[in-house]
Design a protein around this ligand. Structure first.
Ligand SMILES: Cc1ncc(COP(=O)(O)O)c(C=O)c1O
Ligand SMILES: N[C@@H](CCCC[NH3+])C(=O)O
Length: 384
C-alpha cells in the first residue's frame, strides 16, 4: 500500500509534487535485470520515460545502457554517467546538430529511420572523420494492440526504414568507410499488455534476420525495443512488471544466430510504478448531476489521462476507507474540459485540503508536464 511516511518535511509538503519511491525503483529494475540476464540480454533504459536526474542516477548505477531520442537526451545520459558505448539513438527527425552530438560521443548505435537520414549521418561521419555504428530500424507491421497514439510498428506509422529501401541502405553503408553496420532495431509500441504481440514480433524479427544472412550480411545485434506494459489498475499488487514472462517469450520464439547480441529499450515498465503525483483538493463542487473534486494538479502535471484517456488510480491519502463513499469527477484547474483525471471515481468524502495521490505516474508523467496556463514549477520528493 502506498504511504508517504518516509518523506522528509511531510508537514511542509507542497503540492502538486511528484514523489518517487526509490527502493521500489531499485527492486523493479533488479527483477528486470535478473530476468534479462538469464538469457544474456542487455537493457537500455528509454530516458524519454523519465529523465529526473535522481532517477537517472539510480538507473545508471544499476548498469543499464540508455536509449535516447534527442541530442539533449544523449548529453544528459553522458552527464548522468551512462557509458557512451551503451547509448542508442532513435527518432525519425534527428537534426544535424544531434547527429554531430552522437558522433562526438561515439555512441553504441544510431537507430536509423530513413534512407535520407542514413545519407546525412554518413556525410557528417566523413566530414568529422568519426565512425558511426548503424542499426536499421525496420517497421515489422505488427499490431501492438495498444492505444493508437502509441502504436509504432504498423505500415501506416512514420517509424523505420521502408523494407524496399533496405538494399539501398546496405549499399550506402558499404560505400562509406565511416559507417559500420551494427544490426537491426524494432519497436512496435508502448503499454503493450497482450504479450502475444511480442511473440508475433519475434516471428517477424526471425524472418528479417534471415533476410540479411541470406545476403551474406552479418547482424551483430538485434534490438527489440521496449513496450512492456504496466498494470495501472493494480498499482500496489502488481508494482513489478511482467519481466519474467516478457523475456521468456523472446527466449522461446526468437532464433538468434550464434554470437548475436539481443538488446531491449525499456522505459515505462522500469519507472512507472515508482512515481505518484501528489495533489491537494482545492475545492469541492457538488453539482446537480455530478460532484467535482477540483485538485491543485492538472493535465499540466500529468497529461496521460487527457491525451490518451489513460486510467490512473486515484487515492485519498488522509482516509482510505469510509462508510460514506462518494462519486467524484476528479478534475484539475486548467481551462480545458479534458483536464480530468477520472470520472465517477468512488472515494471517501473529500474536503478542501484532502491529500490525493495519482498513482503509477513515474513514466511519461513529469517528462510530459508543461507550463501551460503559466503553472508553477513542479516539486519532487524521494522515498529513500
Ligand atoms: C524507439 C523506442 N524505444 C523504446 C521506447 C520505450 O517504450 P516503453 O516505455 O513502452 O518501454 C519507445 C517508446 O515507446 C520508443 O519509441
Ligand atoms: N507518452 C506515452 C508513451 C509514448 C512512448 C514513446 N514512443 C504514454 O504516456 O503512454
Amino acid at each position: 500500500m502506498f504511504t508517504i511516511e518516509n518523506i522528509k518535511a511531510l508537514e511542509k509538503l507542497s503540492t502538486p509534487a511528484y514523489v518517487y519511491d526509490l527502493p521500489l525503483l531499485r527492486k523493479n529494475i533488479s527483477v528486470a535485470l535478473n530476468e534479462s540476464k538469464k538469457y544474456g540480454y542487455k537493457i537500455h533504459y528509454a530516458i524519454k520515460a523519465n529523465n529526473n536526474p535522481r532517477i537517472l542516477e539510480e538507473i545508471q548505477k544499476l548498469g543499464l545502457g540508455a536509449d535516447c531520442v534527442s541530442g539533449q537526451e544523449i548529453d544528459l545520459a553522458v552527464r548522468s554517467g551512462f557509458k557512451t558505448n551503451e547509448i542508442v539513438f532513435a527518432g525519425v527527425g534527428k537534426t544535424d546538430k544531434e547527429i554531430q552530438t552522437a558522433l562526438k560521443h561515439q555512441i553504441f548505435a544510431f537507430n536509423v529511420e530513413s534512407v535520407q537520414e542514413l545519407e546525412v549521418i554518413g556525410e557528417w561521419a566523413l566530414v568529422l572523420k568519426l565512425p558511426a555504428s548503424i542499426a536499421l530500424r525496420i517497421n515489422p507491421n505488427v499490431d501492438a494492440k495498444t492505444h493508437h497514439y502509441i502504436t509504432t510498428g504498423l505500415d501506416e506509422n512514420k517509424f523505420g526504414v521502408l523494407s524496399h529501401e533496405l538494399d539501398r541502405c546496405l549499399e550506402i553503408i558499404k560505400e562509406n568507410e565511416y559507417l559500420n553496420f551494427k544490426g537491426l532495431h524494432f519497436h512496435v509500441g508502448s503499454q503493450i499488455m497482450d504479450l502475444s504481440v511480442f511473440r508475433r514480433l519475434c516471428l517477424k524479427v526471425n524472418e528479417w534476420n534471415e533476410w540479411f544472412y541470406e545476403r551474406g550480411v552479418e547482424v551483430p545485434v538485434l534490438n527489440l525495443g521496449g513496450g512492456l506494459g504496466v498494470n495501472y489498475e493494480k498499482a500496489d499488487e502488481e508494482a513489478i512488471a511482467e519481466f519474467e514472462a516478457f523475456f521468456a517469450i523472446f527466449n522461446q520464439f526468437l532464433e538468434p544466430k550464434e554470437h548475436q547480441e539481443i538488446h531491449f529499450e525499456l522505459g515505462r515498465s522500469l519507472v512507472a510504478s515508482c512515481g505518484s503525483l501528489l495533489s491537494r483538493v482545492l475545492y469541492i463542487k457538488n453539482g446537480l448531476k455530478k460532484n467535482f473534486a477540483i485538485l491543485d494538479a492538472g493535465m499540466t502535471e500529468l497529461l496521460r489521462p487527457a491525451l490518451y484517456q489513460a486510467f490512473h488510480k486515484i487515492e485519498c491519502l488522509d482516509e482510505r476507507e469510509s462508510d460514506n463513499m462518494v462519486s467524484y469527477d476528479v478534475v484539475g484547474p486548467i481551462c480545458e474540459s479534458s483536464d480530468c483525471f477520472g470520472k465517477e471515481v468512488l472515494l471517501p468524502e473529500l474536503k478542501r485540503g484532502s491529500l490525493m495521490a495519482i498513482r503509477t505516474a513515474g513514466a511519461y508523467g513529469e517528462v510530459m508536464s508543461s507550463r501551460y496556463n503559466l503553472r508553477e514549477e513542479l516539486t519532487f520528493y524521494f522515498k529513500e
